[in-house]
Structures are given as C-alpha cells and as structure tokens.
Design a protein around this ligand. Sequence first.
Ligand code: ARG
Length: 491
Amino acid sequence: MTKKLWGGRFAKDADARAARFTASLSFDRRLYKQDLAGSRAHARMLGKCGILTQADVAAILGGLDRVEEEIESGAFPWRPELEDIHTNVERRLTELIGPAGGRLHTARSRNDQVALDMHLYMVEELSRVTGLISGLQEVIVDRAEEQLGGPGAGGAGADQSGPGPTVMPGYTHLQRAQPVLFSHHLMAYFWMLQRDRERFADCLGRTDLSPLGAGALAGTTFPIDPAAVAADLGLAGVYENSIDAVSDRDFLLEFLAAASILMVHLSRLGEELVLWSTAEFGFIEMDDAFATGSSIMPQKKNPDVAELVRGKAGRVFGRLTGLLATVKGLPLAYHSDLQEDKEATFEAVDTVEAALEVTTGMLATLKVRAEAMGKAAGGGFSTATEVADHLARKGLPFREAHEVVGRLVLDCLERGLALTDLTLEDFGRFSPLFDEDILAQVRPAAAAAARRSWGGTAPEQVARQIEAARVRLAANGRTSGTPANAGQDGP
Ligand code: ARG
C-alpha cells in the first residue's frame, strides 16, 4: 500500500471499498494545470516571505515542471490509491526532488488548495463559455441580416433570392398569430444570449478570487502573503474570511444557474429547429452534417443534434439542483461533500460548451425555406389583426372591429377563402368603413412592415436592432475582462 498523507496517525490502511468510494482522482485529474499553477505561485510566495529557502523554491519549481512534462507525455505514475490530484502531484514531486517536495505544503491545506484549483478552472471556463456565446451571437446576426433581404441577401442558405425579407408566421399558443420577419424571430435569441453572456461575465467578478492562505479553515501561523499569490495567478483579489474561502461554492452554483438558463434558451431554439424541419412546417432543412439518418427508414433525415441540445438541458438543471442539495445545510467549513462540486461543474461545462458549438454549426449551415415560411405566414388568417386595425383607424372602437373581423373570418372559413382572396366588395359586406388599402394590408409582408413600433418586426426596426446587436457584440469583445491565460474572446 502507498503511504497516505496522514500515515502518522493511522495504524491501518483504508479499506479498499472506502478508498474507492472517497477517491476523486478519476475526475480531478482534469485540474492538473490549475493545481500546478497554484503550487508554483504558493512556492514562490513562500520563498518571497522567507518561509522556504530560495534553493527549496527552485527545486520545487523544477520538480513541478517535470511533473507537468510527465503528465503531458503520459509518463506520470498515477496512483488512484492516493485519492486525488493534489496528493498524486505532491507525492511524485517528493520522489523527484526529495525532502524539498514535502515543504511545498507548508502553510497550505488541500481545502484551500482545491478551492483555488476550482477558482482557476472556472475563470478559464467562464471566458471560454462567453467566447462561444459570442460566436453563436455572431452567426445569429449574420443569418438575420442575410434573411432581411436587400443587397447580399439570398446567400448560401436561402432558397428565395428575392430582395424582400423572409416572412414567417409568428406564433402564440403555437397557433399562427401575426406575420413576423424570420430575422426578427432569430434576433430574439440574440438578446436571450446577450443576457446569458452578461450573467457569465458577472459571475467572473465573484470567481476571480484566491482562497489560498485560508489553510484548512482558520488561516495559518506562517507569515504568508495571500495577495501575492492572487497577483501571481492573475486573480483579482483574495477572500476576506478564511472560513468562507474554503466553504464557498457560490461561484460554481452561479455558473450552474447561468448555465441552466442558457440551456433553457438553447433548448427552446433546439425545439424550434426540430419543429421547423418537419414536413408539416418545412421552414428549414438541416445541413447533412448536422443531421442523422435512420437505421430502418431510408427516407429519414433526423434533427438529432437539435433534439440532443434540447435533451441535454436536463443534465445541466440536474447538476444545479444536485449541487444546491449538496451544499444546503452543510455546516462550516470544509466537508468532503464539497468534493461533489467537481463532477457537477465539469459535466455542466462540457455540456454547455458542446451545445453552444453544435448550435452555432446548425444555425450557420441550415437552409432557410423562405417560400414555405411565406406561404404559412399568409395562411391561418394571421393578418386578421390588420383588418381590425384598419377599422379601428377609421374610428370604429377596436372591440367592435374585433367582433366584425371575427365574423368575417368565420365567413371565410365557411367559404374556404383566405383574407388575401377577398375583394373590396367582400370586405364591404362586413363594414362600410373599408377602403381599397385593405387589399394590400392583408398581405403578410405588408402586415410585418406596418409594425414599426420600437422593437417591432418592420424591416427598418429589425435592421436597427441588428445594428444595435453589432454594437453590443463589439462591446462584448472589449469588456470581456478575462485573464491573459484564457483566450477565445479577446478584443
Ligand atoms: N479531493 C478533495 C476535494 O475535492 C480535496 C480536498 C480534500 N480535503 C480533505 N480534507 N479531505 O474536495
């Protein structure tokens, strides 16, 4: 049996079942870079404060480099019986450099060490996630602009290269409600994602802290300099309270909460992509690279990728509620329960990053069936509100206009006609107030173009919105506030 860290106090080795049950190495190996970075900064600080000799510090730093090389080349002798990444690194370091390796843990506990690792990990992932969100937002803005028509429209993904914007039915209750521009619908997701991005960026301020120096929970008797460690690691500050420093997992809960809301958004989009790619809707066609076939039905092209974006949202919500339940009611300070934070966080990080990547790919490549959208926009009396508005503008109280148009729709239904089939005489049978403008107003594109109120679906409003989005995207890049070691979203 490999000697444990606490060998002195124990007469027996751990039961194999207990050792397997408590081991975290299989998943916390992922933190090796953060663990090494934290150890390097800690060792340098111990040297600077005169707690370790410069010779020991140099030996430790050299040894940590060798550990890193071994890990990256696959030569590192992983020992699951040593429980976790921290112990594996420290044991190997001592094998490589001798007693100086055992001095690295002076004025440190695994409790503040592991908390630091998670902070460093989360700072990097927050930056990666916000970078991926920006990438998706860019695709949304590009496709929205393309579908707005005008010069440059009808690009790769469009089947209707006309100059006009792509019109689709807007829905409430999944019933056709009022025509909207497809670009407008897409842009709704831009703003959802912008809020997501802001939530992650906001988390950064409470993640960008070093807990190192808290020791096991109470601080340390050594004259350490926690702020120097934080500065060395590029973290913005330190905790004020050592007990809080080792017990706090809010930064992970915040990430999981923000990730859950993001997955709500991606799953709503995923569901729309699934619906739109049915024969019943026929609004889009997934690129072959983002669809799958059936093992039995040769005709099938399934939107599995979109389905799984929708489906995997459940994992992230589960991880959030799981970690909330783990931390709830936990007395201060450190408990092994907190080790459960890792798999929760890692799974959520992997899931949101992959979901963002495939959603970006799907949106960039899908074919827009503008004709099918336009046809659907004209059906289902989706411009009935225009007819009522027409009468209301002539002075009829809107409530009465609503009633008149209801009767008109019922009549059309009985005669199998659409609003665009009616003549001025047909309209006149229901009210003398109609004039010939109504014939143009019931066309879906005209109905959309008439909604010029702020944030409405008229092309000039959507164009303004796209411009505002581009300004926001540029500002996102500038204010990403990310550390130098985490790229993706630089200015
Ligand atoms: N594997 C542990 C974790 O992830 C490291 C800290 C262990 N500390 C302790 N006192 N058992 O939380």
